[in-house]
Design a protein around this ligand. Structure first.
Ligand code: SF4
Length: 295
């Protein structure tokens, strides 16, 4: 009988920006005061559930935050307008926006009204809304994929940035198409290193596995990208929140299963998936030291 094994992605799991956001929240809760997080601190259901159980209020509606509260802005950041309202309401306001997202806010804010901001990212994602909402120009265009490039109007002074967690290969495709239409476009490469490294690691994994399990929540952009990229590179890929969601049918037919996790996924969820696979008879097939080698 063929031996079944699992292989873990050399880079996976929580990134520096998420660790930093958790540390900032810890500081906010240190005095046992009630803390409100505007939206989620990070896009992971288990993290949000744990924070909620510990008494932290994660709220989507500013009106549900009482005046005089201790407030933490989540890792995805907010628009300048929302930040002003939160700061006016708060007794203390800590900003857990990832510094790499904050850098994009500063770039967007530095644009003049004569320039046009072109963002490669997903419409409606809080990070994209936050970047757009800090822009110094009202001319903001969101380009989720190369298909939307031809629909753009003529742009006289376009400046390109991308959401930090999109597929870095897709960003190159979009940028090349933009350069054909707007050879004078100014560009800023802004897929973060953490996303890039996790994406490259899942490509390597896909070349060795039949099935890949990406552990992360469905609303996590970087985890969704990992699932898509694994699928594009030939593996049957599944996005699961936790070990309870391991798809039996896929796992029963696979000889080699790859495991990775998104940048906001706690490592204990990763370990739990490994444990379940081992209980099903899979052995570790890693040929090198595995684990999260880089945040
Ligand atoms: S994925 Fe990148 S941008 Fe997002 S929190 Fe992590 S380091 Fe920051």
């Amino acid at each position: 009988m063929k031996k079944k094994c699992y292989i873990t992605a050399s880079v996976h799991g929580m990134c520096g920006g998420v660790f930093s956001a958790l540390r900032i929240l810890d500081e906010a809760t240190a005095g046992n005061q009630e803390v409100y997080v505007f939206r989620e601190l990070v896009h992971n259901r288990a993290v949000t559930a744990k924070l909620t159980a510990a008494g932290v209020h994660c709220v989507n509606d500013i009106d549900h935050i009482p005046a005089g509260s201790a407030i933490v802005i989540g890792a995805h950041g907010v628009s300048a307008g929302i930040e002003a309202v939160l700061r006016a309401k708060a007794s203390s306001c800590r900003d857990a926006t990832c510094p790499l997202v904050k850098k994009l806010h500063h770039i967007a804010a530095s644009l003049s009204p004569d320039e046009q901001l072109v963002i490669c990212g997903k419409s409606g994602h809080p990070e994209v809304a936050g970047i757009a909402g800090n822009s110094g120009t009202e001319a903001v265009f969101i380009v989720p994929s190369v298909n939307e490039v031809k629909a753009l109007p003529e742009l006289t002074a376009p400046v390109f940035i991308s959401q930090t967690t999109v597929d870095h290969q897709e960003v190159t495709t979009v940028l090349n198409a933009l350069k054909k239409r707007f050879p004078h476009i100014k560009e800023c490469s802004s897929v973060c290193d953490a996303s890039r490294k996790r994406q490259n690691a899942v490509i390597q994994l896909a070349s060795k596995c039949d099935v890949i399990l990406v552990i992360g929540s469905p609303h996590s952009s970087n985890a969704q990208r990992l699932r898509e990229i694994a699928g594009q590179h030939g593996a049957k890929a599944f996005l699961i929140d936790n070990a309870d969601e391991i798809p039996d049918a896929a796992v029963n037919t696979a000889d080699v299963i790859g495991i990775t996790s998104g940048a906001s996924t706690p490592e204990y969820l990763f370990d739990a998936v490994v444990e379940v696979l081992e209980s099903m008879g899979f052995t570790c097939g890693d040929d090198a030291v595995s684990g999260n080698l880089d945040t």
